[in-house]
Design a protein around this ligand. Sequence first.
Ligand code: ATR
Length: 284
Amino acid sequence: MAISGKTCVCAVIGDPIEHSLSPAIQNAAFNALNLDFVYTAFRVKPSEVVNALAGIHALGIVGLNVTMPHKEAVIKCLDWVDETAKFLKSVNTIHCKDGKLLGYSTDGIGALKALKENGADPHGKRVLMFGAGGATRAIAYALVQEADELVVLNRTVSEAQKLAESLKKCGKKIIVDSLSPDVIEEKISDVDILLNTTSVGMKPNINQSLIASNNLKSDLTVMDIVYNPFETQLVKDAKAVGAKVVNGVEMLIYQGAASFEIWTGQQPPVQVMRKAALEQLNRG
Ligand code: ATR
């Protein structure tokens, strides 16, 4: 890639940021389409978010991804945010266009696309979700537009209740309960898709899963949003019983693909992005 005075710059901000897969994914996509874009990463401390956004505006950085812990804090610096980001109070994509900073949330779209593109369209289905944090919220907001019923189980039940309350207006059935083995065993028998949106199973705790393997069955689709390790214990257990599985890296790719489309206006080369993510993960 030849960088020149005309090259458009994109970046991700977060803290920490050094393990981000986004530079590898986005640069591979820019190269594949021969776009004069480059993507880097900036570690930005929480106390520097406002200064960082002013700098991004001043420097004319075209596209920005925003990750933990800045997804809410950036909103006050933006000229406009889309409906989803407004509802979630969370922005993961910024587009600097005509001198304005525009904010979007592509996390939920990413999860929905990951399911659909892997042959597990949630339309009319019953979905069981583990978790009630920021990631769950984004995914649940996208899922309620399509699924028939959501069951949200969380270690802290009050958080699941808050989530269900905020989604009440969608008119879909949302059941909440605790993340206990008995509840999991009861609920799993009645759903089509299981989605882990907690951090359980993430490196270094690679042997952990919230569900006993004998509760999984072959007619389930099981998706994990944890992408490191590439195959979590949950995904391994689901594969072993013959269930359809969707790895966490799929959500990462499709939310990145949605950002890419916002910045460039081009169809994202998803297969190239997937290959880059897997290569980067394999490098450790
Ligand atoms: P994110 O924004 O990435 O979703 P978060 O808001 O911190 O992160 O949410 C993490 C989720 O993982 C929460 O649902 C959390 O449960 P609590 O609300 O009870 O904290 C869940 N989680 C994290 N570690 C867990 C564990 N060991 N067992 C069960 N749930 C866990």
